[in-house]
Design a protein around this ligand. Structure first.
Ligand code: G3H
Length: 529
């Protein structure tokens, strides 16, 4: 790819970030730093064409990692800290303050999303806006949750005041494909429930967190949120080894989740909130509306170049319609436009430098094992892109059948017996979602019953997706641990805890006095407005 012309409004100046947030202070990092580049090539001013230099971030290690977990642990203070014992309404004020400050950085963050992870303009705006909405909705959901706990129950002579309390210290690690949204969908509910956290941004999409450092510092008490920069193995690994982590909140690969868990010396202390990889299939039945199925499969397989955990990563098409489907699908793929993120094309560069080669390797392996590239442009390579390749027929000998490609390559498998996709799904390591295309309710009904027990969301004549964020987002097997939605995330980052007392006049008197004096933030029947 030749160097690109960057319209003035989308140009960026390098950010040399040395700041990190530890124990309420924005500190300056004096050690080594890592340069951050965009794969988008531009000229450097001296006629040299190359990846665009975006700035640098601290390359931190064990010492500061341990300081950060100590700070989070101190702020939690075995449950006695200011944050975990604060009244819900006060905690919400801090969160509202944060979200108001965050809104001011929309343009900066969106621009960095485009440069760092090459997400197109409208999806970058969507990621930012969706995150703001998520925080606002989380605040409302917590009010609702709190209102439900603002009462006493009386069962079998025992009075109980049941609420949800924090779990402790959270280590929060997000993915590069949604470096803002998915990370904050962990961090925000974790914080709002009274936990304290250490947060390390993803490898790509890291500079875009830097405009928010001040907002975090100004909005939360010291140690409640600590933000570090560097490699996971240098930061997350030593943190896990301390044994101080109560919750590992990670969106990423199951192998990273397993190796981090293995480092924790007290596994029963460790709660897991994990969003992991998936290989979501689409099943296209003989009576599917093909034009519609193709449209949904295009967005399902190739939105953000297939770099979504919810992407459709394998298409099972009934033999009776597979030729027609392949023809229409391949033609539509070849019509997709590739360009720079700010040009708002559907296809954009791949932010990981090794990804185009990886896609090429998958193509070669599939070709050697009997598949063909069905679309004319399939696999054509440029500096940082491999044009989407439609591969058919795919079988179990191919890497493409087993690996989560997380990129622009689409395997198609023909079937004449529905047991084939059902068996593949049952034996797969993953179980997030499925897309089912068809019309006849007599066929769809029993299939839906079986599929709902293999995955956690059956999308009828629709591509797979996480949203709307109020719906449960989870998976079976290696696809997730715990459930995330605005409401479920609050539950995932908390535990039911309660005060109980024998029903006697003396105890009732004490409870009345506790309520009247407001000496406890836990025992309160205040209805949050
Ligand atoms: O990477 C996985 C994301 O949770 C997908 O979210 O379906 O909204 O793109 P999405």
């Amino acid at each position: 790819m030749a160097g690109v012309n960057v319209p003035k409004e989308f140009s960026v100046k390098p950010i040399f970030n040395k700041q990190y947030l530890l124990d309420g202070e924005l500190k300056e990092w004096k050690g080594a730093t890592t340069d951050v580049y965009s794969v988008i090539k531009t000229e450097d001013g001296q006629n040299n064409l190359g990846p665009t230099f975006l700035g640098s971030i601290p390359d931190m290690g064990e010492k500061v990692a341990v300081e950060a977990i100590n700070a989070a642990n101190k702020a939690y203070n075995r449950g006695k800290g200011e944050w975990p014992t604060m009244s819900v309404s006060e905690r919400l004020k801090h969160m509202i303050q944060f979200v108001e400050k965050m809104k001011l950085h929309r343009e900066e963050i969106v621009k960095l999303l485009m440069w760092e992870i090459c997400k197109n303009k409208s999806d970058s705006y969507k990621e930012f806006d969706r995150t703001i909405e998520y925080i606002v909705d989380t605040i409302e959901a917590y009010k609702n949750l709190d209102r439900k706990g603002a009462k006493f129950e009386n069962q079998e002579g025992v009075l109980a005041h049941i609420r949800r309390g924090p779990l402790g210290v959270v280590l929060c690690l997000g993915p590069y494909n949604y470096p803002l949204n998915e990370t904050f969908c962990l961090l925000i509910p974790a914080l709002i429930m009274g936990n304290t956290a250490v947060f390390k941004p993803a490898k790509h999409g890291v500079l875009l967190i830097t405009p928010l450092l001040n907002a975090f510092q100004e909005s939360f008490p010291p140690g409640v949120v600590n933000i570090l920069f560097g490699r996971g193995r240098n930061i997350a690994a030593p943190i896990m080894k301390t044994g101080m982590v109560d919750v590992l909140a990670l969106i990423g690969h199951s192998s990273s989740a397993v190796s981090l868990q293995d480092l924790h010396p007290n596994k029963n202390r460790l709660r897991l909130v994990l969003g992991l990889e998936a290989k979501n299939p689409a099943i296209i039945l003989p009576d599917a509306d093909l034009t519609h199925a193709v449209k949904e499969c295009i967005s399902g397989t190739l939105s953000f170049n297939g770099q979504r955990c919810t992407a459709l990563k394998v298409l099972y098409v009934h033999e009776s319609i597979v030729n027609e489907f392949n023809e229409l699908f391949s033609r539509t793929v070849d019509q997709l436009t590739f360009g720079m993120p700010w040009e708002n094309t559907f296809l954009t560069p791949l932010p990981e430098t090794n990804k185009p080669q990886y896609i090429q390797d998958l193509i070669q392996d599939a070709l050697q094992n009997g598949a063909k590239i069905m679309n004319k442009k399939g696999g054509s390579l440029s500096d940082n892109y491999s044009f989407p390749a439609v591969m058919y027929p795919v079988n179990k000998k191919m890497r493409l059948f087993h690996e989560e490609q997380f990129g622009p390559i689409i395997p198609i498998i023909p079937f004449n017996d529905i047991e084939l996709p059902l068996n593949d799904m049952a034996t797969s390591d993953y179980g997030q979602q499925v897309s089912l295309f068809g019309q006849n309710e007599k066929h769809l009904g029993p299939l839906i019953d079986a599929l709902a027990n293999l995955v956690c969301r059956v999308n009828l004549n629709s591509s797979c997706q996480r949203g709307p964020d109020v719906y449960p987002f989870t998976g079976r097997k290696n696809s997730a641990v715990g459930t995330l939605s605005v409401y479920d995330a609050l539950r995932s980052f908390s535990i039911r805890t309660f005060v109980a007392t024998k029903d006697s006049s003396e105890n009732k008197e004490i409870l009345k006095n506790l309520l009247a004096s407001k000496s406890s933030n836990f025992i309160t029947t205040e209805y949050l407005l």
